[in-house]
Design a protein around this ligand. Structure first.
Ligand code: PMP
Length: 356
């Protein structure tokens, strides 16, 4: 039986990643030991960390003045680690949803936060435009993909400030111009690995400019100096991340992934725009996420929500119930999701429509 996994995170990972990781759990790199039970200082594991770092640099074309880190504490730890390390006096934030709001809350502990624009007035169903970012802020924080609401910033913004981006749910889904960013961070549990590791890409020369004392563990310089091995890294998630990075490379890299993601999102949004039973949550097609497609029952059909979930379940579809703050449905169609699974969801939608 094939289950079509539309969960928002933790979420679908490539078969390649799961198979290789399962093998390494039993016998890692010919050591006869599990990847769970070898020292992170062993030459075999150091090689994993080195290759993972190098592959991120290669796939995303990370310039030499940046470093790639594998940290812990989730993207939520980055909400305070970023201002702690970078905020001298003030920073600008774009409020596009729950996660952006949480980042703002933490930043306020360390300085002045200018909320440049917000889409809260419409329950975050659009990406604000036409705002101005002051050039004198320490950084401008954005959440490129809003996992809960289903909006996405699909371009690298042109603003007079340095950008810090939470890319937890769309990292590796499209090429990015790293030079525009001071920090990019992403919890792994969408497009990279199981939860437990957080990817950080950081411009090295921005560090060391704040006066506050920084605890060793949350000082980015510690992790740059110690090559993500200051403390024991989450070895299994890092191993799985390496497998996903190899899979990305073997499948044509990020550009190829973007093409597939565009095709998958088009298939689903076209059906949502056509099918009389559903309405996509995000009205402006330019703001629609390619990773998390949110939709509700069309007006007059609200009572059939449960029926659609049953039809979906009969097609072995799991994880499409919307987040409680939005309601309706959410289909997360990350990199590892094959277009065939999106096709099965579209079939279920058509079958449901035919019944009414
Ligand atoms: N940012 C975004 C965009 C997310 O989707 C999530 C988790 N779903 C987070 C931050 C929080 O990540 P974590 O659970 O790794 O702290």
């Amino acid at each position: 039986m094939k289950t079509h996994n539309f969960y928002a995170g933790p979420s679908i990972l490539p078969e390649f990643t799961k198979e290789r990781t399962a093998e390494a759990v039993m016998n890692f790199a010919g050591t006869g030991l599990s990847v769970m039970e070898v020292s992170h200082r062993s030459k075999e594991f150091v090689a994993v960390m080195d290759e993972a770092r190098d592959l991120v640099k290669e796939l995303l074309e990370v310039p030499a003045d940046y470093e790639v880190l594998f940290l812990q504490g989730g993207a939520s730890t980055q909400f305070y680690m970023v201002p702690f390390n970078l905020m001298k006096t003030k920073a600008a934030y774009l409020n596009t949803g729950t996660w952006a709001s949480k980042a703002i809350k933490e930043a306020k502990l360390y300085g002045e936060v200018i909320e440049i624009a917000s889409s809260k007035d419409k329950n975050f169903n659009y990406i604000p435009r036409g705002y101005e970012v002051p050039a004198d802020v320490d950084y401008f924080h954005i959440t490129t993909n809003n996992t809960i609401f289903g909006t996405e910033i699909l371009e690298d913004l042109d603003v007079p400030a340095r950008i810090v981006a939470d890319m937890s749910s769309d990292i590796f889904s499209r090429p990015i111009d790293i030079k525009k960013y001071d920090v990019i961070y992403a919890g792994a549990q969408k497009n990279l690995a199981p939860s437990g590791v957080t990817l950080v890409i950081i411009k090295k020369d921005i560090l060391g400019k704040v006066d506050r004392p920084i605890p060793t563990m949350i000082d980015y310089r510690t992790h740059i100096d110690k090559e993500s091995m200051f403390n024991t890294p989450p070895t299994v998630p890092v191993f799985a991340a390496l497998m996903t990075l190899r899979w990305l490379k073997e499948n044509g890299g990020i550009k190829e992934m973007e093409k597939k993601n565009i095709a998958k999102a088009k298939l689903l949004y076209d059906e949502l725009d056509r099918n009389k039973m559903f309405v996509p949550n995000i009205p402006n097609p330019e703001d629609r996420s390619r990773m998390n497609v949110t939709f509700v029952m069309a007006s007059g059909y609200e009572e059939f929500e449960k029926e659609f979930l049953e039809i979906a379940a009969a097609h072995d579809i799991v994880g499409i119930k919307g987040h409680r703050s939005v309601g309706g449905f959410r289909a997360s169609i990350y990199n590892a999701m094959p277009i065939e699974s999106v096709g099965v969801l579209v079939e279920a939608m058509k079958e449901f429509e035919a019944k009414h």
